[in-house]
Design a binder for this molecule. Sequence first.
Ligand SMILES: [Zn+2]
Length: 302
Amino acid sequence: MTYRSILGLVVVFCLLAAVPARAEVSVSCPDTVSPGQPFLVRVSAPEGLAAVRLQWRDRTVEPPVRPAPGASSGDTKTAPATRADVLLGLGLDEKPGTLSLRVRATTAAGARVAVLRTLRVVPKQYPEERLTVKKGFVHLDEKALARHNKEKAMVHEAMEHLDAAPQWSCPFVRPVPGKVLSVFGMRRVFNGEPRSPHSGVDFRGAVGTSVHAAAAGRVLVADDLYFAGNCVYIDHGQGVVTVYAHLSRIDVRPGQEVAAGQVLGKVGATGRVTGPHLHFGAFVYGELVDPEVLLNPDCAAR
Ligand SMILES: [Zn+2]
């Protein structure tokens, strides 16, 4: 057999191996997304995945492959159903257009599958909110500004060292039972002056109500900050960070590992507030996204 014919056979074999495998790997993600919205990408294969790699903008994510809920590992003839989840999200300043998501997966049988998905960015109008707070929270004096800048740098530094291994799962745990007072993305006017849009969701809560971790993770920040008051940041791995602000008390310390639902502190009215509530925020790969979406099944927007 000549080298060429062997090469030809190898090519045919690879094509045959790849064609049926295409149907075995599915990539679920929304077709349209709005600025400020997180979304779940789920790669699954009924007969098992060996490895998954996602290419999203300038980022490559290699999520761990896990058994799908209800998958039985008792059958030795076929690999159990497995899947890999990745949370992605768009910042509030994202412009309308189309974005590409490339997925490469290797099945348990060794077939390599490439899937290209296109997501359309559709605009979303967020409501406006007018608030009155103490003057020092709108026009910072020199001392407050220096403090705020120092804290901003500290949080930024903490956010630079995130864990690659995910500890979250959808849906996230609701941190307090209270109803929503102010949604994410509200265009905010403080004492008549426009400021940054609302970076999280505000939940009603009386002072002293327990605040629970939305997922397992490691405490990044547990500190008294100028705007956020007593505040906790948790790294849930694979780019996901949640924030709990205005607490009356903090019950965790930086570096501590926490379980999903663990009490982090109590609701309060510290920092820039008009009254007691929990401000809950979420970052996905550095983009502030609507944390309420994470509380829905499969982290799907409604
Ligand atoms: Zn808030």
